[in-house]
Design a protein around this ligand. Structure first.
Ligand SMILES: [Zn+2]
Ligand SMILES: [Zn+2]
Length: 477
């Protein structure tokens, strides 16, 4: 009898232990146990009742594995909920300009065993999130505190992955009028400031009793029209151009970039926004890769590795680089190709034993010229006769106007002739990877030489420029 009772007791103890373990596991899985246990501050509780985290996170589509940047995270009232929702495969970058609040937030995450939160002390105009890292930026009861909302939004853009959203939850001036209504954000204000920063308000949710929920998206992702383009400086002669239907990539190199400066390893999240091609980022685009010639500062075999992940990709080589299902080898003299709505014409050079082309590309209502190392001589750079005047006359029969010209900053005499003939709307210099300050010197020299063309000088890889109606509307000159 005593023995049986002992057994029963032991069995029920094991059952209780197992049930307890299961509950703990379930709690770990959903995280609710941990978070509810720690939201003890009565003011926090009251604010959470007004802005129920689960309801808000459902409305914005926050899921496990996502990377969120929270602007104005403070002591972490919402951060802990975001962290539990994105789970161990996701991440929350919790930004604030208040270091003391972030210290409290870090302690809280330690206590709650939330290892997926990283705090970032930001500036009033820049949250300083990592580049191209975020699926979503989030701010709650923060927007009306921002000293420089337009600058802050602008500086968020390089941190957003393509298609990422910015979620802003802030009191409505009318619904929250009994608290004075001043600590609020009107729909007009956010629409105006978002537009000034290059965003549009994609969605407004009004289900919260006192607050509105705004979802912002970067405007150009709404789609480019014919004649419009987004341009990224990649490095050296590398540029990417997004047009209505294509992504064009010119003379992209990684190896030479690493060798020249070991500090220029690919970042944690390589992306156009920081001047790297990440096949994952471009895999759904219609990609055309151009290579002017085989010198290591223009051609890197890494480009061939994109053939698998990128569903729709073509390669255009400026010499006989062989054949393949997606390959166009445009060897001299003056080759042409037409495919997929693109028209390509070349003129040619030959230096250091290597044949090469400059490309004239017509696509989506744009005419784009990439010069590579073209100087119009078919033998040595300095002694062979110049074909530049004849080549330019030839190209002029192929075009009405040149929208965007990518041109060598280093081959001056021939280059003046190219510019005088092609008269581009805008010019981007190239061939000074790692010495980008030289682009400014080049622009000044052109001006002194009396050549009047707007020159846009990238300061670093990833710099982005928006081309609309014959001019650049964002990006420094
Ligand atoms: Zn070369
Ligand atoms: Zn070169």
């Amino acid at each position: 009898m005593r023995r049986a009772a002992h057994l029963i007791l032991r069995r029920s103890f094991i059952v209780i232990l197992a049930a307890g373990l299961l509950m703990a596991l379930a709690a770990l899985n959903s995280g609710t146990f941990l978070v509810n246990a720690q939201t003890v501050d009565p003011r926090e509780r009251a604010t959470n009742e007004r802005q129920p985290p689960a309801k808000v996170m459902d409305a914005i589509g926050l899921k496990a594995g996502m990377v969120v940047g929270e602007v104005g995270a403070g002591r972490g009232r919402y951060t802990i909920h975001l962290a539990v929702r994105v789970g161990p495969t996701g991440r929350v970058y919790a930004n604030d300009i208040n270091a003391d609040a972030l210290a409290v937030l870090r302690d809280r995450c330690l206590r709650d065993k939330l290892a997926n939160v990283e705090t970032i002390l930001g500036r009033v105009d820049d949250p300083l999130f990592p580049k191209a890292a975020l699926d979503m930026a989030f701010m709650i009861l923060t927007y009306h505190h921002l000293a420089k909302p337009v600058d802050l939004l602008k500086n968020l853009i390089p941190s957003l992955k393509p298609g990422a959203t910015v979620v802003v939850i802030d009191p409505d001036p009318i619904k929250d009028a009994d608290r004075g209504g001043t600590e609020s954000t009107s729909r007009e204000k956010i629409e105006r400031e978002a537009a000034a920063a290059g965003f549009e308000v994609a969605k407004v949710e009004t289900f919260l009793p006192r607050d509105n929920l705004f979802v912002l998206k970067v405007k150009d992702q709404a789609g480019l029209r014919p004649g419009q383009a987004t341009i990224w400086y990649l490095y050296h002669c590398g540029y990417a151009v997004k047009t209505k239907t294509k992504l064009l990539v010119f003379d992209y190199v990684e190896k030479m970039r690493r060798e020249r400066d070991p500090a220029l390893q690919p970042p944690a999240h390589p992306a156009l926004a920081n001047g790297w091609i990440n096949p994952e980022e471009i895999k759904d685009l219609d990609v055309v890769v151009f290579v002017s010639h085989s010198h290591a500062d223009h051609y890197d075999e890494i480009i061939r590795s994109w053939e698998k992940p990128v569903k729709n990709i073509h390669y255009v080589f400026g010499w006989d680089a062989g054949t393949g299902p997606h390959v166009y080898s445009l060897a001299a003299p003056r080759a042409e190709a037409k495919f997929d709505g693109l028209e390509i014409d070349t003129v040619n050079s030959h230096h250091s034993g290597v044949p090469e082309s400059a490309f004239l590309v017509k696509v989506d209502g744009l005419t784009i010229y990439h010069n590579g190392d073209y100087v119009g001589r078919m033998a040595d750079f300095s002694t062979a006769p110049s074909n530049v005047p004849a080549d330019m006359q030839y190209l002029k029969t192929k075009l009405k106007t040149v929208d965007i010209l990518f041109g060598a900053a280093s081959v001056f005499e021939a280059f003046n002739q190219i510019l005088e003939n092609l008269k581009p709307h805008v010019l981007f210099p190239l061939h000074y990877g790692g010495q980008e300050e030289k682009y400014r010197e080049f622009a000044t020299a052109l001006k002194k030489a009396g050549i009047d063309v707007p020159v846009f000088c990238p300061a670093k890889p990833g710099d982005r420029f928006e081309y609309r109606d014959g001019r650049i509307i964002t990006g420094r000159q």
